[in-house]
Write a protein that binds this ligand. Structure first.
Ligand code: NI
Length: 241
């Protein structure tokens, strides 16, 4: 029995390996095709593909950098231009923040738990940075523009940090900035709730003075780790200039 069992097992393992390899090939080919379809005119196919990889594998596989941030895969750029409205009702673009470092978070004011936690983390990281933190502007970009009007954001941002800026916009403007940051969000209708909620990715982005993302932080990254990563980036930038 054992003599027949062992080769049978080996053959079964080989089938599993072959099947896994085929499945992986299909996934990668599919992603590559999808990257081609969703690629924007400004980006290369490689950038689009890398962006998808971050989306698919980003939660599990991260390259730790000094201070606990995740480094972007080579060739991938996140961030860039946007057109939005701040919580005072003023129209703003990335140009209004040119030359500034940003800690950017995408969320919504009706979020019951994750958003308040992450915004609290941003505030704590800024506090930990002390005077250096004044070079960094914290931004909350809503992924629920239907409910997050400038007035709604104005009441909300003051709960977290005196310098936190809330940004909203039209559905299209939010879609565009979320696409540039590879943010996932979707409306979820829950029959048990009177109102809908939003499902969304919850990374914190460190954006450089050129509006490009330099590092991103997974949900639940401690404020000290974010502060250390920001400090490393600020000092590296000063050393270069
Ligand atoms: Ni949330």
């Amino acid at each position: 029995m054992a003599g027949r069992g062992a080769p049978g097992y080996a053959a079964a393992m080989l089938r599993v390996i072959r099947f896994s390899a085929l499945a992986l090939l299909l996934i990668v080919t599919g992603l590559w095709g999808y990257a081609w379809v969703r690629k924007s005119p400004q980006e290369t196919l490689g950038e689009s593909f890398a962006g998808l990889l971050v989306g698919v594998f980003g939660q599990q596989q991260a390259v730790p950098s000094a201070g606990g941030g995740m480094q972007l895969p080579p060739g991938l750029t996140l961030g860039g231009p946007f057109r939005l409205t701040d919580h005072t009702g003023r129209a703003v673009t990335e140009q209004d923040f040119a030359g500034r470092w940003l800690l950017v978070y995408f969320g919504f004011t009706y979020c019951p738990d994750v958003c308040p936690t992450e915004l609290g983390t941003i505030a704590a990281a800024l506090d930990a940075l002390g005077a250096e933190g004044e070079q960094v502007t914290p931004l909350l970009i809503t992924i629920d523009p239907q409910r997050d009007t400038p007035e709604q954001l104005a009441n909300y941002v003051t709960l977290f940090h005196p310098r936190l800026i809330g940004l909203t916009g039209t559905a299209e403007q939010i879609q565009e900035v979320a696409r540039r940051y590879r943010v996932y969000y979707a409306r979820v209708n829950n029959p048990d709730l009177r109102d809908y909620t939003m499902d969304h990715s919850a990374f914190i982005y460190l954006t450089g003075p050129d509006a490009r993302v330099r590092a991103l932080f997974r949900p639940e990254t401690p404020p000290e780790a974010i502060a250390a990563a920001v400090q490393a980036q600020l000092r590296a930038a000063r050393a270069r200039s």
